[in-house]
Write a protein that binds this ligand. Structure first.
Ligand SMILES: [Zn+2]
Length: 611
Protein backbone atom coordinates (compact mmCIF):
# COMPACT_ATOMS: atom_id res chain seq x y z
CA UNK A 1 0.00 0.00 0.00
CA UNK A 2 1.34 3.45 -0.93
CA UNK A 3 2.49 5.51 2.05
CA UNK A 4 4.89 8.39 2.50
CA UNK A 5 4.31 8.66 6.26
CA UNK A 6 7.21 7.84 8.57
CA UNK A 7 8.19 8.71 12.12
CA UNK A 8 11.72 8.50 13.49
CA UNK A 9 10.62 5.98 16.14
CA UNK A 10 9.65 3.45 13.46
CA UNK A 11 13.21 3.05 12.15
CA UNK A 12 15.11 2.79 15.42
CA UNK A 13 16.77 -0.67 15.69
CA UNK A 14 15.27 -1.68 12.33
CA UNK A 15 17.03 -4.09 9.94
CA UNK A 16 17.01 -3.80 6.14
CA UNK A 17 17.47 -6.30 3.32
CA UNK A 18 18.48 -3.44 0.97
CA UNK A 19 21.42 -1.30 2.06
CA UNK A 20 23.39 1.45 0.32
CA UNK A 21 26.89 2.44 1.42
CA UNK A 22 27.93 5.91 0.25
CA UNK A 23 31.66 6.67 0.23
CA UNK A 24 33.05 10.16 -0.26
CA UNK A 25 36.81 9.69 -0.77
CA UNK A 26 36.49 11.28 -4.26
CA UNK A 27 34.36 14.26 -3.18
CA UNK A 28 36.93 16.70 -4.59
CA UNK A 29 36.14 15.20 -8.01
CA UNK A 30 32.37 15.24 -7.24
CA UNK A 31 32.26 11.44 -7.38
CA UNK A 32 30.47 9.24 -4.83
CA UNK A 33 31.31 5.53 -4.65
CA UNK A 34 28.14 3.55 -3.99
CA UNK A 35 28.09 -0.02 -2.72
CA UNK A 36 24.61 -1.51 -2.62
CA UNK A 37 23.86 -4.77 -0.82
CA UNK A 38 20.68 -6.75 -1.37
CA UNK A 39 19.84 -9.82 0.71
CA UNK A 40 18.75 -12.61 -1.64
CA UNK A 41 16.66 -15.41 -0.12
CA UNK A 42 16.68 -17.64 -3.19
CA UNK A 43 18.85 -17.66 -6.34
CA UNK A 44 17.11 -16.15 -9.40
CA UNK A 45 16.89 -13.10 -11.62
CA UNK A 46 16.50 -9.68 -10.01
CA UNK A 47 15.69 -6.43 -11.80
CA UNK A 48 17.16 -3.16 -10.52
CA UNK A 49 16.46 0.32 -11.83
CA UNK A 50 16.97 4.02 -11.30
CA UNK A 51 14.10 6.54 -11.56
CA UNK A 52 14.05 8.64 -14.74
CA UNK A 53 12.42 11.58 -12.91
CA UNK A 54 11.99 13.08 -9.45
CA UNK A 55 8.43 13.60 -8.14
CA UNK A 56 7.59 17.31 -7.97
CA UNK A 57 9.55 18.15 -11.14
CA UNK A 58 7.78 16.87 -14.23
CA UNK A 59 10.66 16.25 -16.57
CA UNK A 60 12.48 13.13 -17.72
CA UNK A 61 15.98 13.60 -16.34
CA UNK A 62 17.51 10.13 -16.92
CA UNK A 63 19.68 10.22 -13.81
CA UNK A 64 21.24 6.88 -14.85
CA UNK A 65 23.53 8.83 -17.20
CA UNK A 66 25.65 9.91 -14.20
CA UNK A 67 26.26 6.33 -12.94
CA UNK A 68 29.00 4.05 -14.28
CA UNK A 69 31.70 1.41 -13.65
CA UNK A 70 29.13 -1.13 -12.50
CA UNK A 71 30.38 -4.29 -10.79
CA UNK A 72 27.85 -6.94 -9.71
CA UNK A 73 29.14 -9.79 -7.55
CA UNK A 74 27.99 -12.27 -4.94
CA UNK A 75 29.05 -12.04 -1.29
CA UNK A 76 32.44 -13.62 -2.07
CA UNK A 77 33.25 -11.24 -4.90
CA UNK A 78 32.38 -13.65 -7.72
CA UNK A 79 31.18 -11.67 -10.78
CA UNK A 80 27.55 -12.34 -11.75
CA UNK A 81 25.88 -12.39 -15.19
CA UNK A 82 23.88 -9.23 -15.83
CA UNK A 83 22.58 -7.09 -18.71
CA UNK A 84 20.72 -3.82 -19.35
CA UNK A 85 16.98 -4.28 -20.05
CA UNK A 86 16.40 -0.62 -20.90
CA UNK A 87 18.21 2.69 -20.38
CA UNK A 88 17.53 2.67 -16.61
CA UNK A 89 16.91 -1.01 -15.69
CA UNK A 90 19.24 -3.98 -15.46
CA UNK A 91 18.71 -7.68 -14.76
CA UNK A 92 21.12 -9.81 -12.77
CA UNK A 93 21.31 -13.56 -12.10
CA UNK A 94 21.50 -13.21 -8.32
CA UNK A 95 22.73 -15.98 -6.05
CA UNK A 96 21.31 -16.79 -2.66
CA UNK A 97 23.06 -14.72 0.01
CA UNK A 98 24.01 -11.13 -0.65
CA UNK A 99 24.06 -9.39 -4.03
CA UNK A 100 26.70 -6.65 -4.11
CA UNK A 101 26.51 -3.84 -6.69
CA UNK A 102 29.24 -1.21 -6.82
CA UNK A 103 29.18 1.88 -9.05
CA UNK A 104 30.50 5.41 -9.36
CA UNK A 105 28.12 8.37 -9.24
CA UNK A 106 29.09 11.77 -10.65
CA UNK A 107 27.17 14.03 -8.26
CA UNK A 108 27.61 17.50 -9.64
CA UNK A 109 24.62 19.32 -11.05
CA UNK A 110 25.65 22.96 -11.25
CA UNK A 111 22.42 24.68 -12.24
CA UNK A 112 19.60 22.84 -10.58
CA UNK A 113 20.75 21.20 -7.38
CA UNK A 114 17.31 21.02 -5.81
CA UNK A 115 16.45 18.23 -8.28
CA UNK A 116 19.80 16.42 -8.29
CA UNK A 117 23.00 16.36 -6.23
CA UNK A 118 26.03 18.51 -5.53
CA UNK A 119 29.12 16.97 -3.92
CA UNK A 120 32.27 19.04 -3.44
CA UNK A 121 35.09 19.37 -0.92
CA UNK A 122 32.78 21.61 1.12
CA UNK A 123 29.64 19.50 1.35
CA UNK A 124 27.51 16.71 -0.04
CA UNK A 125 23.94 17.46 -1.03
CA UNK A 126 22.22 14.32 -2.27
CA UNK A 127 18.88 13.51 -3.80
CA UNK A 128 18.91 9.73 -3.38
CA UNK A 129 16.58 9.34 -6.38
CA UNK A 130 19.65 10.10 -8.51
CA UNK A 131 21.85 7.31 -7.15
CA UNK A 132 19.97 4.63 -5.17
CA UNK A 133 18.70 1.82 -7.42
CA UNK A 134 15.36 0.20 -6.61
CA UNK A 135 14.86 -3.56 -6.54
CA UNK A 136 11.71 -4.30 -8.53
CA UNK A 137 9.04 -5.92 -6.38
CA UNK A 138 10.79 -5.01 -3.13
CA UNK A 139 10.02 -1.27 -3.02
CA UNK A 140 7.91 -1.65 0.13
CA UNK A 141 10.79 -3.02 2.24
CA UNK A 142 12.81 -1.00 4.75
CA UNK A 143 15.89 0.58 3.07
CA UNK A 144 19.05 1.68 4.95
CA UNK A 145 21.75 4.13 3.87
CA UNK A 146 25.23 3.98 5.46
CA UNK A 147 27.08 7.31 5.19
CA UNK A 148 30.85 6.72 5.28
CA UNK A 149 32.02 10.33 5.43
CA UNK A 150 34.78 11.75 7.62
CA UNK A 151 32.70 13.11 10.48
CA UNK A 152 35.54 15.25 11.79
CA UNK A 153 35.50 17.11 8.45
CA UNK A 154 31.76 17.23 7.73
CA UNK A 155 30.14 17.65 11.12
CA UNK A 156 26.41 17.77 10.40
CA UNK A 157 23.91 15.60 8.55
CA UNK A 158 20.45 17.07 7.92
CA UNK A 159 17.73 14.90 6.42
CA UNK A 160 14.30 13.49 7.11
CA UNK A 161 15.69 9.94 6.86
CA UNK A 162 15.42 8.41 10.33
CA UNK A 163 18.26 7.24 12.59
CA UNK A 164 18.59 3.46 12.89
CA UNK A 165 20.97 3.53 15.86
CA UNK A 166 20.67 5.59 19.02
CA UNK A 167 24.27 6.67 18.70
CA UNK A 168 27.07 6.36 16.13
CA UNK A 169 30.50 5.56 17.53
CA UNK A 170 33.71 7.07 16.15
CA UNK A 171 34.83 5.23 13.02
CA UNK A 172 31.35 3.80 12.36
CA UNK A 173 29.20 4.81 9.41
CA UNK A 174 26.06 6.80 10.19
CA UNK A 175 23.07 4.57 9.36
CA UNK A 176 19.75 6.17 8.41
CA UNK A 177 16.64 4.50 7.10
CA UNK A 178 13.33 4.74 5.25
CA UNK A 179 10.27 2.52 5.62
CA UNK A 180 10.08 2.07 1.83
CA UNK A 181 11.68 3.20 -1.44
CA UNK A 182 9.20 6.07 -1.98
CA UNK A 183 10.23 7.59 1.36
CA UNK A 184 13.93 6.95 0.67
CA UNK A 185 13.88 8.96 -2.55
CA UNK A 186 11.65 11.62 -0.97
CA UNK A 187 14.40 12.38 1.58
CA UNK A 188 17.23 14.64 0.38
CA UNK A 189 20.37 14.82 2.52
CA UNK A 190 22.70 17.73 3.34
CA UNK A 191 26.10 16.74 4.82
CA UNK A 192 28.70 19.35 5.72
CA UNK A 193 29.28 22.26 8.07
CA UNK A 194 26.04 24.16 7.52
CA UNK A 195 24.08 26.17 10.10
CA UNK A 196 21.74 23.83 12.01
CA UNK A 197 19.05 24.73 14.47
CA UNK A 198 15.62 23.46 15.49
CA UNK A 199 12.46 24.41 17.33
CA UNK A 200 9.31 22.71 18.54
CA UNK A 201 5.86 23.49 17.24
CA UNK A 202 2.70 21.69 18.37
CA UNK A 203 4.70 18.64 19.52
CA UNK A 204 6.74 18.34 16.28
CA UNK A 205 10.40 19.19 15.72
CA UNK A 206 11.27 21.55 12.86
CA UNK A 207 14.93 21.64 11.86
CA UNK A 208 16.59 24.29 9.72
CA UNK A 209 19.76 23.46 7.78
CA UNK A 210 21.21 26.49 6.00
CA UNK A 211 24.24 26.09 3.75
CA UNK A 212 25.22 29.62 2.78
CA UNK A 213 27.85 32.06 1.70
CA UNK A 214 27.05 35.76 1.66
CA UNK A 215 25.46 38.43 3.80
CA UNK A 216 22.77 36.25 5.33
CA UNK A 217 21.68 36.07 8.95
CA UNK A 218 20.51 32.51 9.51
CA UNK A 219 19.03 33.38 12.92
CA UNK A 220 16.85 36.03 11.29
CA UNK A 221 15.61 33.46 8.79
CA UNK A 222 14.99 30.90 11.53
CA UNK A 223 12.62 33.33 13.29
CA UNK A 224 10.63 33.86 10.06
CA UNK A 225 10.45 30.09 9.50
CA UNK A 226 8.85 29.72 12.94
CA UNK A 227 6.11 32.14 11.89
CA UNK A 228 5.58 30.28 8.59
CA UNK A 229 5.21 26.91 10.34
CA UNK A 230 2.83 28.31 12.98
CA UNK A 231 0.68 30.13 10.39
CA UNK A 232 0.26 27.08 8.14
CA UNK A 233 -0.27 24.71 11.08
CA UNK A 234 -3.13 26.98 12.20
CA UNK A 235 -4.88 26.65 8.83
CA UNK A 236 -4.79 22.85 8.84
CA UNK A 237 -5.14 22.33 12.60
CA UNK A 238 -1.73 20.84 13.40
CA UNK A 239 1.38 19.40 11.76
CA UNK A 240 1.28 16.00 10.03
CA UNK A 241 4.83 14.90 10.90
CA UNK A 242 7.00 14.20 13.94
CA UNK A 243 9.99 16.02 12.41
CA UNK A 244 10.55 18.25 9.37
CA UNK A 245 13.75 19.63 7.83
CA UNK A 246 14.09 22.86 5.85
CA UNK A 247 17.24 22.45 3.73
CA UNK A 248 18.20 25.90 2.43
CA UNK A 249 20.98 26.70 -0.03
CA UNK A 250 21.97 30.37 -0.27
CA UNK A 251 24.93 31.02 -2.53
CA UNK A 252 25.90 33.99 -4.70
CA UNK A 253 24.40 33.71 -8.17
CA UNK A 254 22.33 30.63 -7.30
CA UNK A 255 19.17 30.15 -9.34
CA UNK A 256 16.10 30.33 -7.12
CA UNK A 257 13.76 27.39 -6.70
CA UNK A 258 12.46 24.75 -4.35
CA UNK A 259 11.35 21.14 -4.20
CA UNK A 260 8.85 19.72 -1.77
CA UNK A 261 9.01 16.47 0.18
CA UNK A 262 6.76 14.89 2.81
CA UNK A 263 9.00 15.68 5.77
CA UNK A 264 11.42 18.16 4.24
CA UNK A 265 11.98 20.67 1.48
CA UNK A 266 14.97 22.00 -0.43
CA UNK A 267 15.00 25.75 -1.06
CA UNK A 268 17.61 27.63 -3.10
CA UNK A 269 18.17 31.35 -3.64
CA UNK A 270 20.88 33.83 -4.55
CA UNK A 271 22.34 34.92 -1.20
CA UNK A 272 23.12 38.57 -1.86
CA UNK A 273 19.74 39.71 -0.73
CA UNK A 274 17.92 42.97 -1.31
CA UNK A 275 14.40 43.44 0.01
CA UNK A 276 12.76 42.01 -3.10
CA UNK A 277 14.91 38.88 -2.89
CA UNK A 278 14.14 38.44 0.81
CA UNK A 279 10.44 38.64 -0.02
CA UNK A 280 10.93 36.01 -2.72
CA UNK A 281 12.83 33.75 -0.31
CA UNK A 282 10.11 33.97 2.35
CA UNK A 283 7.41 33.37 -0.25
CA UNK A 284 9.38 30.34 -1.53
CA UNK A 285 9.60 28.87 1.99
CA UNK A 286 5.85 29.45 2.49
CA UNK A 287 5.22 27.75 -0.87
CA UNK A 288 7.34 24.65 -0.27
CA UNK A 289 6.04 24.21 3.27
CA UNK A 290 2.43 24.35 2.07
CA UNK A 291 3.26 21.35 -0.13
CA UNK A 292 3.47 19.32 3.12
CA UNK A 293 -0.31 19.24 2.72
CA UNK A 294 -1.02 20.18 -0.90
CA UNK A 295 0.63 17.61 -3.19
CA UNK A 296 2.56 15.44 -0.77
CA UNK A 297 -0.66 14.38 0.94
CA UNK A 298 -3.71 16.06 -0.66
CA UNK A 299 -2.83 15.07 -4.23
CA UNK A 300 -4.21 14.12 -7.63
CA UNK A 301 -4.83 10.39 -7.89
CA UNK A 302 -2.03 10.05 -10.47
CA UNK A 303 0.68 11.47 -8.18
CA UNK A 304 1.42 8.64 -5.79
CA UNK A 305 2.06 5.77 -6.07
CA UNK A 306 4.58 6.73 -8.76
CA UNK A 307 5.90 4.94 -11.81
CA UNK A 308 9.60 5.82 -11.73
CA UNK A 309 10.20 4.47 -15.25
CA UNK A 310 8.13 6.97 -17.22
CA UNK A 311 6.11 10.20 -17.23
CA UNK A 312 3.27 10.28 -14.69
CA UNK A 313 0.61 12.38 -16.41
CA UNK A 314 -1.98 14.39 -14.52
CA UNK A 315 -4.43 17.11 -15.58
CA UNK A 316 -4.53 18.45 -12.02
CA UNK A 317 -1.34 20.46 -11.59
CA UNK A 318 -3.75 23.42 -11.35
CA UNK A 319 -4.50 22.12 -7.85
CA UNK A 320 -0.98 21.12 -6.89
CA UNK A 321 0.91 24.21 -8.04
CA UNK A 322 -1.96 26.63 -8.67
CA UNK A 323 -3.33 26.64 -5.13
CA UNK A 324 0.20 26.70 -3.70
CA UNK A 325 1.16 29.65 -5.93
CA UNK A 326 -1.93 31.60 -4.89
CA UNK A 327 -1.29 30.88 -1.23
CA UNK A 328 2.47 31.57 -1.30
CA UNK A 329 2.24 35.36 -1.46
CA UNK A 330 -1.17 35.42 0.26
CA UNK A 331 0.22 33.56 3.28
CA UNK A 332 3.47 35.54 3.19
CA UNK A 333 1.15 38.53 3.76
CA UNK A 334 -0.80 36.66 6.45
CA UNK A 335 2.52 35.80 8.17
CA UNK A 336 3.06 39.56 8.49
CA UNK A 337 6.03 39.70 6.11
CA UNK A 338 4.20 42.00 3.65
CA UNK A 339 2.08 45.03 4.41
CA UNK A 340 -1.34 45.12 2.77
CA UNK A 341 0.02 47.56 0.17
CA UNK A 342 3.01 45.25 -0.50
CA UNK A 343 0.69 42.33 -1.09
CA UNK A 344 -1.60 44.16 -3.50
CA UNK A 345 1.44 45.41 -5.39
CA UNK A 346 3.05 41.94 -5.58
CA UNK A 347 -0.24 40.39 -6.66
CA UNK A 348 -0.49 42.93 -9.47
CA UNK A 349 3.18 42.87 -10.49
CA UNK A 350 4.12 39.20 -10.10
CA UNK A 351 0.82 37.38 -10.67
CA UNK A 352 -1.71 39.42 -12.67
CA UNK A 353 0.51 41.45 -15.03
CA UNK A 354 2.78 38.61 -16.23
CA UNK A 355 -0.27 36.41 -16.87
CA UNK A 356 -2.40 38.95 -18.71
CA UNK A 357 0.57 40.09 -20.78
CA UNK A 358 1.52 36.60 -21.94
CA UNK A 359 -0.06 35.83 -25.35
CA UNK A 360 0.05 32.05 -24.69
CA UNK A 361 -2.53 32.39 -21.89
CA UNK A 362 -5.37 31.82 -24.38
CA UNK A 363 -3.77 29.03 -26.41
CA UNK A 364 -4.37 25.95 -24.25
CA UNK A 365 -6.41 25.05 -21.17
CA UNK A 366 -4.66 24.78 -17.84
CA UNK A 367 -5.57 21.08 -17.79
CA UNK A 368 -3.75 20.52 -21.09
CA UNK A 369 -0.75 22.55 -19.94
CA UNK A 370 -0.68 20.39 -16.82
CA UNK A 371 -0.88 17.16 -18.80
CA UNK A 372 1.88 18.33 -21.14
CA UNK A 373 4.08 19.83 -18.41
CA UNK A 374 6.78 17.31 -19.38
CA UNK A 375 7.18 18.87 -22.83
CA UNK A 376 5.87 22.40 -22.25
CA UNK A 377 6.80 24.07 -18.94
CA UNK A 378 9.87 21.87 -18.53
CA UNK A 379 11.09 22.16 -22.14
CA UNK A 380 10.66 25.85 -22.91
CA UNK A 381 11.88 27.49 -26.12
CA UNK A 382 11.95 31.02 -27.54
CA UNK A 383 8.33 30.88 -28.71
CA UNK A 384 6.85 29.26 -25.57
CA UNK A 385 5.40 32.54 -24.27
CA UNK A 386 3.11 32.65 -27.34
CA UNK A 387 1.89 29.02 -27.12
CA UNK A 388 1.28 28.33 -23.45
CA UNK A 389 1.48 29.76 -19.95
CA UNK A 390 2.75 28.26 -16.72
CA UNK A 391 0.13 26.41 -14.65
CA UNK A 392 1.72 28.06 -11.61
CA UNK A 393 0.73 31.50 -12.88
CA UNK A 394 -2.60 30.45 -14.43
CA UNK A 395 -3.50 28.14 -11.52
CA UNK A 396 -2.63 30.80 -8.94
CA UNK A 397 -5.21 33.12 -10.52
CA UNK A 398 -7.81 30.32 -10.72
CA UNK A 399 -7.47 29.97 -6.95
CA UNK A 400 -7.50 33.74 -6.41
CA UNK A 401 -10.84 33.75 -8.28
CA UNK A 402 -12.08 30.73 -6.34
CA UNK A 403 -11.23 32.29 -2.97
CA UNK A 404 -12.85 35.63 -3.88
CA UNK A 405 -15.91 33.81 -5.24
CA UNK A 406 -16.35 31.74 -2.07
CA UNK A 407 -15.89 34.84 0.13
CA UNK A 408 -18.41 36.89 -1.88
CA UNK A 409 -21.03 34.14 -2.20
CA UNK A 410 -20.81 33.18 1.48
CA UNK A 411 -21.07 36.89 2.40
CA UNK A 412 -17.70 36.80 4.11
CA UNK A 413 -18.22 33.71 6.25
CA UNK A 414 -16.26 31.06 4.30
CA UNK A 415 -13.04 30.99 2.31
CA UNK A 416 -10.67 28.68 0.47
CA UNK A 417 -9.05 27.65 3.78
CA UNK A 418 -12.32 25.89 4.69
CA UNK A 419 -12.19 23.89 1.45
CA UNK A 420 -8.60 22.84 2.10
CA UNK A 421 -9.44 21.77 5.64
CA UNK A 422 -12.10 19.45 4.18
CA UNK A 423 -9.59 18.05 1.66
CA UNK A 424 -7.18 17.47 4.52
CA UNK A 425 -9.82 15.55 6.49
CA UNK A 426 -10.42 13.43 3.39
CA UNK A 427 -6.69 12.61 3.12
CA UNK A 428 -6.56 11.48 6.73
CA UNK A 429 -9.39 9.03 6.06
CA UNK A 430 -7.67 7.40 3.05
CA UNK A 431 -4.02 8.44 2.76
CA UNK A 432 -3.21 5.78 0.19
CA UNK A 433 -5.52 7.31 -2.44
CA UNK A 434 -5.27 10.68 -4.20
CA UNK A 435 -8.32 12.73 -5.23
CA UNK A 436 -10.11 13.45 -8.49
CA UNK A 437 -11.36 16.77 -9.88
CA UNK A 438 -14.90 15.72 -8.92
CA UNK A 439 -13.89 14.96 -5.33
CA UNK A 440 -12.15 18.34 -5.09
CA UNK A 441 -15.36 20.12 -6.13
CA UNK A 442 -17.54 18.08 -3.74
CA UNK A 443 -15.21 18.66 -0.79
CA UNK A 444 -14.99 22.44 -1.32
CA UNK A 445 -18.74 22.82 -1.93
CA UNK A 446 -19.49 20.67 1.14
CA UNK A 447 -17.19 22.71 3.38
CA UNK A 448 -18.21 26.18 2.18
CA UNK A 449 -21.84 25.75 1.11
CA UNK A 450 -20.94 27.67 -2.07
CA UNK A 451 -21.56 26.26 -5.56
CA UNK A 452 -18.21 26.31 -7.37
CA UNK A 453 -18.70 23.64 -10.04
CA UNK A 454 -19.87 25.76 -12.97
CA UNK A 455 -17.29 28.50 -12.47
CA UNK A 456 -14.37 26.23 -11.75
CA UNK A 457 -15.04 24.02 -14.76
CA UNK A 458 -15.33 27.10 -16.99
CA UNK A 459 -11.97 28.33 -15.74
CA UNK A 460 -10.26 24.94 -16.00
CA UNK A 461 -11.62 24.15 -19.46
CA UNK A 462 -11.44 27.69 -20.83
CA UNK A 463 -8.92 30.33 -21.81
CA UNK A 464 -6.89 32.64 -19.62
CA UNK A 465 -9.19 35.56 -20.41
CA UNK A 466 -12.18 33.61 -19.05
CA UNK A 467 -11.05 34.38 -15.49
CA UNK A 468 -13.45 37.07 -14.15
CA UNK A 469 -10.77 38.80 -12.09
CA UNK A 470 -12.06 42.35 -12.52
CA UNK A 471 -15.62 41.43 -11.57
CA UNK A 472 -14.50 39.45 -8.49
CA UNK A 473 -12.19 42.24 -7.34
CA UNK A 474 -15.07 44.70 -7.75
CA UNK A 475 -17.21 42.63 -5.36
CA UNK A 476 -14.71 43.33 -2.59
CA UNK A 477 -14.08 46.97 -3.38
CA UNK A 478 -10.87 46.53 -5.40
CA UNK A 479 -9.97 47.63 -8.87
CA UNK A 480 -7.21 46.36 -11.10
CA UNK A 481 -6.68 48.87 -13.85
CA UNK A 482 -4.16 50.78 -15.85
CA UNK A 483 -2.49 53.54 -13.88
CA UNK A 484 -2.07 57.06 -15.23
CA UNK A 485 1.64 57.31 -14.49
CA UNK A 486 4.43 55.34 -12.89
CA UNK A 487 5.04 56.19 -9.25
CA UNK A 488 7.84 58.63 -8.49
CA UNK A 489 10.95 57.00 -7.02
CA UNK A 490 12.84 58.96 -4.37
CA UNK A 491 16.38 58.84 -3.01
CA UNK A 492 17.96 60.16 0.19
CA UNK A 493 15.88 62.66 2.17
CA UNK A 494 12.95 62.63 -0.19
CA UNK A 495 14.89 63.75 -3.29
CA UNK A 496 13.04 62.76 -6.44
CA UNK A 497 15.13 60.73 -8.88
CA UNK A 498 16.04 62.22 -12.27
CA UNK A 499 13.14 62.44 -14.68
CA UNK A 500 13.45 59.62 -17.21
CA UNK A 501 11.63 58.89 -20.42
CA UNK A 502 8.82 56.34 -20.03
CA UNK A 503 9.88 52.80 -21.00
CA UNK A 504 8.27 51.91 -24.34
CA UNK A 505 6.55 48.59 -25.03
CA UNK A 506 8.04 46.53 -27.88
CA UNK A 507 7.23 42.89 -26.99
CA UNK A 508 10.94 42.01 -27.15
CA UNK A 509 12.94 40.01 -24.65
CA UNK A 510 16.66 40.65 -25.09
CA UNK A 511 20.02 39.47 -23.86
CA UNK A 512 23.54 40.82 -24.31
CA UNK A 513 26.19 38.38 -25.39
CA UNK A 514 29.78 39.60 -25.73
CA UNK A 515 28.63 43.17 -26.38
CA UNK A 516 25.97 42.08 -28.90
CA UNK A 517 22.27 42.73 -28.32
CA UNK A 518 20.35 39.55 -29.18
CA UNK A 519 16.59 38.97 -29.35
CA UNK A 520 15.53 35.96 -27.26
CA UNK A 521 11.72 36.21 -27.44
CA UNK A 522 9.09 38.11 -29.44
CA UNK A 523 5.51 38.39 -28.19
CA UNK A 524 2.83 37.61 -30.75
CA UNK A 525 0.99 40.70 -32.10
CA UNK A 526 3.40 43.07 -30.32
CA UNK A 527 5.19 45.98 -32.08
CA UNK A 528 8.28 43.76 -32.56
CA UNK A 529 6.10 41.01 -34.06
CA UNK A 530 4.52 43.54 -36.43
CA UNK A 531 7.99 44.81 -37.37
CA UNK A 532 9.04 41.30 -38.39
CA UNK A 533 11.72 40.73 -35.73
CA UNK A 534 12.50 37.11 -34.77
CA UNK A 535 14.38 35.24 -32.05
CA UNK A 536 18.17 35.30 -32.48
CA UNK A 537 18.17 38.51 -34.56
CA UNK A 538 20.95 40.87 -33.47
CA UNK A 539 20.03 44.54 -33.13
CA UNK A 540 22.93 46.73 -34.30
CA UNK A 541 21.67 50.26 -35.05
CA UNK A 542 18.59 52.15 -33.88
CA UNK A 543 17.90 55.38 -35.79
CA UNK A 544 21.55 55.27 -36.96
CA UNK A 545 22.90 55.01 -33.39
CA UNK A 546 24.88 51.94 -32.30
CA UNK A 547 22.84 49.98 -29.73
CA UNK A 548 24.35 47.31 -27.44
CA UNK A 549 21.99 46.94 -24.47
CA UNK A 550 18.30 46.65 -23.70
CA UNK A 551 18.37 49.86 -21.64
CA UNK A 552 20.01 51.71 -24.54
CA UNK A 553 17.31 50.44 -26.90
CA UNK A 554 14.61 51.75 -24.52
CA UNK A 555 16.21 55.19 -24.45
CA UNK A 556 16.71 55.36 -28.23
CA UNK A 557 13.08 54.35 -28.86
CA UNK A 558 11.70 56.58 -26.11
CA UNK A 559 13.44 59.63 -27.58
CA UNK A 560 11.21 59.29 -30.64
CA UNK A 561 8.19 58.59 -28.43
CA UNK A 562 5.34 56.08 -28.50
CA UNK A 563 3.55 55.35 -31.74
CA UNK A 564 6.43 56.84 -33.78
CA UNK A 565 8.40 54.51 -36.06
CA UNK A 566 12.10 53.93 -35.41
CA UNK A 567 14.53 52.39 -37.91
CA UNK A 568 16.36 49.27 -36.75
CA UNK A 569 19.30 47.67 -38.53
CA UNK A 570 19.41 43.99 -37.71
CA UNK A 571 21.91 41.26 -38.49
CA UNK A 572 20.31 37.92 -39.29
CA UNK A 573 21.13 34.81 -41.30
CA UNK A 574 20.29 36.66 -44.55
CA UNK A 575 22.63 39.57 -43.77
CA UNK A 576 21.72 43.12 -42.75
CA UNK A 577 18.01 43.93 -42.66
CA UNK A 578 16.41 47.33 -42.04
CA UNK A 579 13.07 47.24 -40.22
CA UNK A 580 10.61 49.77 -38.87
CA UNK A 581 9.54 49.36 -35.23
CA UNK A 582 6.71 51.43 -33.73
CA UNK A 583 6.67 51.02 -29.95
CA UNK A 584 3.49 51.44 -27.93
CA UNK A 585 2.86 52.78 -24.44
CA UNK A 586 4.01 50.30 -21.78
CA UNK A 587 0.89 49.09 -19.96
CA UNK A 588 1.16 49.66 -16.22
CA UNK A 589 -1.53 48.20 -13.99
CA UNK A 590 -2.17 48.60 -10.29
CA UNK A 591 -4.47 46.90 -7.79
CA UNK A 592 -6.02 49.42 -5.45
CA UNK A 593 -8.99 49.84 -3.09
CA UNK A 594 -11.76 51.80 -4.80
CA UNK A 595 -12.47 55.10 -3.12
CA UNK A 596 -16.20 54.63 -3.60
CA UNK A 597 -16.24 51.03 -2.25
CA UNK A 598 -19.50 50.26 -0.43
CA UNK A 599 -19.57 49.04 3.17
CA UNK A 600 -20.46 45.45 2.25
CA UNK A 601 -17.63 45.39 -0.28
CA UNK A 602 -15.18 46.64 2.35
CA UNK A 603 -16.37 43.91 4.73
CA UNK A 604 -15.50 41.22 2.15
CA UNK A 605 -12.13 42.87 1.55
CA UNK A 606 -11.37 42.82 5.28
CA UNK A 607 -12.33 39.15 5.46
CA UNK A 608 -10.07 38.25 2.50
CA UNK A 609 -7.12 40.17 3.99
CA UNK A 610 -7.55 39.22 7.63
CA UNK A 611 -4.41 37.68 9.08
ZN1 LIG B 1 5.34 24.13 -5.86
Amino acid sequence: MYSIEQTDKQLLHSTAGIRYHLHFEYANRHVVRVVMEVDVAESGNLVLGLPVWIPGSYKIRDYISTLGSFSLTNRDGKPLQWQWLSKNRLEVAAEQGVLRIEYMYFAYEKDSTIRSSHVTRAHAFLNLVTCCLFVEGREQEVHHVHFHHDRSRWKSVSTSLSPVREETLAGEALVLGALNYDILVDSPVEIGNHFVTSFECQGSIVETAIAYRGNFHPEWLQERIKTIVETEARIFGGLPFDRYVFIIHLFPGMRGGGLEHARSSVNAMDSWGDTAKLHRLLSLLVHEFLHVWNVKRIRPRELGPFDYNRENYTRMLWLVEGATSYYDDHLTYRCGFYTRADYLKILSKDHLSPFFRQPGRNEATIKDNSFQAWVKLYLPHEDSLNRNVSYYLHGGLVFLCLDLWIIAESKGTKRLDDGFRALWAMYKQRPELGITEEEFIEAVEGATGVAIRENLLTWLNGKGDDLPITMLFARCGLQWKETASAEMVKIGEDIPTMPTLPKPFTGLTLKTDGGRLIVTQVEDYSPAFEAGIGADDEIIFVNSSRCTSADELDVLLAKRGENTPSELVISSDTGMVTLSLTPKKMPDFALTVREDAREEEKTLLEYWLQR
